[in-house]
Design a protein around this ligand. Sequence first.
Ligand SMILES: Nc1nc2c(ncn2[C@@H]2O[C@H](COP(=O)(O)OP(=O)(O)OP(=O)(O)O)[C@@H](O)[C@H]2O)c(=O)[nH]1
Ligand SMILES: [Zn+2]
Length: 188
Amino acid sequence: MTESIQAAYRQILLDLGEDPDREGLKDTPGRAARAMQYLTRGYHQTLDEVLNGAVFSSDNDEMVIVRNIELYSLCEHHLLPFIGRAHVAYLPDGKVIGLSKVARIVDMYARRLQIQENLTRQIALAIQEVTGGRGVAVYINARHMCMMMRGVEKQNSEMSTSVMLGDFRSNHKTRDEFLQLIRTPSAY
Ligand SMILES: Nc1nc2c(ncn2[C@@H]2O[C@H](COP(=O)(O)OP(=O)(O)OP(=O)(O)O)[C@@H](O)[C@H]2O)c(=O)[nH]1
Ligand SMILES: [Zn+2]
């Protein structure tokens, strides 16, 4: 697959009026192909692989929250990056998942071509599936290069999206606790 992506990048360079054989560009189609495959590697991952069995029984039924998970994704409209942070919470019901797996699940969906709304929902549904918890909340705040480097060229606008499932959706106190916790300054 790398080779056909590489050939496509070579053609793009030609169409842009560049010389793909000049010294600075001669390895660029290959590099760009490898980079693009890395940035979309989430297509080749599955929830099972990412979770790697890291599910543990626990009596703790209080909210688990992982804040400030940085994410890098590509917008599916322009293939330009959007960069931000995800905050993920769930209410366990007899089991918890490995802490790092929350971030790995964020990455698995971020490393695809996305719009932020769908990314947020896919993460929430995946966390719900693997935890079987009483509720899941995902909040993402991001900046879109397609809105900064081109187009409307707004440098300071941020997009916020959230998805609330289960108790986070039906119980406004739970939802408010989550929204308040993600705004609390870090203790570190
Ligand atoms: N809802 C949503 N829109 C996005 C996201 N990423 C990019 N977009 C928008 O997708 C839209 C595509 O609009 P089009 O009019 O088809 O494309 P365009 O001519 O390049 O649009 P401009 O960016 O306004 O120049 C733009 O408004 C982008 O801002 C996202 O994650 N969520
Ligand atoms: Zn875009």
